[in-house]
Design a protein around this ligand. Structure first.
Ligand code: C2E
Ligand code: MG
Ligand code: MG
Ligand code: MG
Length: 288
């Protein structure tokens, strides 16, 4: 009897595995088809100055308008795309699309793009970026690449060479999700980061866990001391924003400042900002 139930458990397990593998295969094929049919879209989330709320730039966040499944979030397909290698084509699409968008942004506004470790490790990574920069004729200063600590772990020499080369081109580099990975402090002095992004988990724990406040203050001090801009991710409350701003954080990003939105919405927002800015300049001129 025990033997039989064991066999049944195994069969159920096999069935579960087969279904999982089948589902993943379907998703892989779906990604390919989704790219061909234009189902992917970049949403933009603003990053604002902690001093005066001015928009410094936007982070591009990938969305998938799936014909059957509706809007699919990156957490549900990027891991599969990474394992299957589909992230290479997808990442190239993201970069090209982001650079095209960046061309139309005001000159002082940059666009941040997330780079998967799988993309970064690909031998053609750097050549691909150079080609897209050239093809879109975007000012490289408008492009910022967000990488995570995991890309720095395995091939130190290569990572340093690539980051150094990107910097020479004028592309900015941000260290994303800071504090969640292996987070060795030595990364900060060994690589030429322009920006460090404090992970959302620390920001959301501000005022709730004493250690979070200490960690956040220390990251800000460290970043400032090394001449990097420090950005806080996942800012949702006014209390978090004022704490971060008082602590010397340079930029804020999070639902409080703006949710990720389709590009059309952003375009409306920018033109409004420009209008307000123009009005302010006009008023100042009249006063004088
Ligand atoms: P990330 O780069 O750390 O992006 C920040 C994530 O936090 C985004 O989730 C964003 O929508 C979310 N977020 C922003 N503000 C708040 C807030 O105030 N509260 C909360 N709860 N969440 C907030 P999203 O868009 O689902 O992206 C998740 C992750 O997927 C990203 O984390 C990034 O690692 C990855 N990802 C997104 N787009 C791309 C892409 O184009 N390429 C690659 N390789 N990865 C991407
Ligand atoms: Mg990011
Ligand atoms: Mg992040
Ligand atoms: Mg993340």
């Amino acid at each position: 009897h025990a033997k039989k139930s064991g066999r049944n458990t195994f069969r159920a397990y096999r069935k579960g595995m087969d279904e999982l593998i089948e589902k993943r295969r379907a998703l892989e094929a779906d990604i390919e088809r989704g790219l061909e049919r234009g189902e992917f879209e970049l949403y933009l989330q603003p990053r604002v100055s902690a001093r005066d709320g001015a928009i410094i730039g936007y982070e591009a966040l990938l969305r998938w308008n799936h014909p059957e499944r509706g809007m699919v979030q990156p957490g549900d397909f990027i891991p599969v795309a990474e394992v299957s290698g589909k992230i290479i084509g997808l990442g190239e699409w993201v970069l090209r699309e982001a650079c095209r968008l960046a061309v139309d942004l005001p000159p002082h506004v940059h666009l941040s793009v997330n780079v998967s470790p799988v993309q970064f490790r690909h031998p053609d990574f750097l050549a691909g970026i150079e080609a897209i920069l050239q093809e879109t004729a975007v000012a490289p200063q408008k492009l910022e690449l967000e990488i995570t600590e995991s890309v720095l772990i395995d091939d130190d020499q290569r990572a340093r060479l690539i980051l150094g080369h990107l910097k020479t081109l004028g592309v900015k580099i941000a260290l994303d999700d800071f504090g969640t990975g292996y987070s060795s402090l030595s990364y900060l002095s060994r690589y030429p980061f322009d920006v460090i992004k404090i992970d959302r988990s620390f920001v959301s724990a501000l005022g709730e866990q004493e250690t979070a406040n200490a960690i956040v203050r220390t990251i800000i001090e460290l970043g400032n001391g090394l001449g990097m801009r420090v950005v806080a991710e996942g800012v949702e409350t006014v209390e978090q924003a004022s704490y971060l701003s008082a602590a010397g954080c340079d930029e804020l990003q999070g639902y409080l400042l703006g949710r990720p939105q389709p590009v059309v919405e952003i375009a409306r927002e920018i033109s409004e900002t420009v209008v307000i800015e123009l009005r302010r300049i006009a008023r100042r001129t009249v006063h004088r």
